[in-house]
Write a protein that binds this ligand. Structure first.
Ligand code: ADP
Ligand code: MG
Length: 286
């Protein structure tokens, strides 16, 4: 590999918005066989909005939003932005907040422990079941539940838009004979909605960060070269594990730090150009 060809390709890609932060990234990208995508903030734009609030208690919708906002002030997840925006001005603060990536968060508000996250996270943490969670999830929205150890207070339904160029990128990857998978911590209907919209046929939902890691390791053990594309704190371990990793520029700091490349452009299909460019460079230099 002549250093000049690689330097030229690297700078062309950087100018287009695909920043190469690790020297070997292009060579590994050219060899990747399996492209694995996170959902929220990766295939979707990460500009979530609260669509509906279901209140299961005597608290008002705006009270519930305040408790949720007190917790979300401690999170970088795109869901946090959506809830904080909907809550407006914050009237409560939370202490000792613990984030569980891929699940939710909990912390103390006015002397009581509050939980916010997936229905299964709430069930594990509080032993309360969110009885109509299946009905809430059926529409394919992301569902976030607010509860204390004693009671379920509300559920927030959130929706996101697809990222520009997502369907084109997936079509390109399949056309070149690559394997493509979607891994998400979100529930099955939400995962399927996005997968169908962008054309991905292999989908794994309800995954914790460790499950994502196990999936990637299993692929590698069977000889695949994995390219991982993600944005969140929950994706940092898989980004580090993959042979080549791409973080979204708008994603979390820890994801960017774990990645070999950073996509600064809003256009996801730029990644397709990156793969072509990487392969061409390797052909030239050989
Ligand atoms: P993805 O893998 O699609 O990027 P995550 O693994 O980050 O999604 O999150 C999975 C699910 O965990 C979300 O759909 C949400 O229900 C819940 N969750 C994660 N982080 C938060 C948060 N900060 N606030 C509320 N819910 C959260
Ligand atoms: Mg994500």
């Amino acid at each position: 590999a002549t250093p000049t060809a690689i330097t030229a390709a690297t700078s062309a890609l950087t100018q287009a918005g695909l920043l190469v932060t690790r020297g070997t990234a292009l060579e590994t990208l050219a060899q990747a066989t399996h492209f694995i995508f996170d959902k929220t903030g990766t295939l979707t734009a990460g500009r979530l909005a609260v669509q509906q609030v279901h209140v299961f208690s005597n608290k008002t919708e705006s009270d519930c939003l305040q408790f949720a906002a007190a917790l979300e002030q401690h999170s970088e997840h795109p869901i946090a932005k959506a809830i904080l925006t909907r809550a407006g001005e914050y009237t409560l603060t939370a202490q000792s907040v613990v984030n569980t990536p891929g699940s939710g968060l909990h912390g103390e508000i006015a002397g009581e422990m509050w939980y916010l996250g997936t229905p299964s996270f709430i069930a594990e943490q509080t032993h309360l079941s969110v009885t109509d969670s299946q009905a809430l999830q059926a529409g394919g929205d992301t569902v976030v539940v607010l509860a204390t150890g004693q009671q379920v207070y509300a559920a927030f339904l959130l929706a996101d838009e697809l990222r520009e160029g997502a369907a084109k990128l997936i079509a390109d990857l399949y056309a070149r004979g690559h394997r493509v998978s979607l891994l998400t911590g979100d529930h099955e209907a939400a995962a399927k909605r996005v997968a169908d919209a962008v054309g991905i046929t292999t989908v794994q939902s309800g995954l914790k960060p460790d499950d994502k890691l196990a999936f990637v390791r299993a692929c590698q053990a069977s000889g695949e070269v994995v390219a991982m594309i993600g944005d969140g704190v929950n994706d940092a371990p898989v980004l580090a594990q993959a042979q080549v990793s791409i973080a979204m520029g708008g994603g979390t700091q820890v994801a960017r730090a774990s990645a070999d490349m950073i996509l600064l452009s809003e256009q996801l299909s730029l990644l397709s150009k990156g793969v072509v460019q990487a392969k061409r460079t390797l052909v030239i230099v050989r």
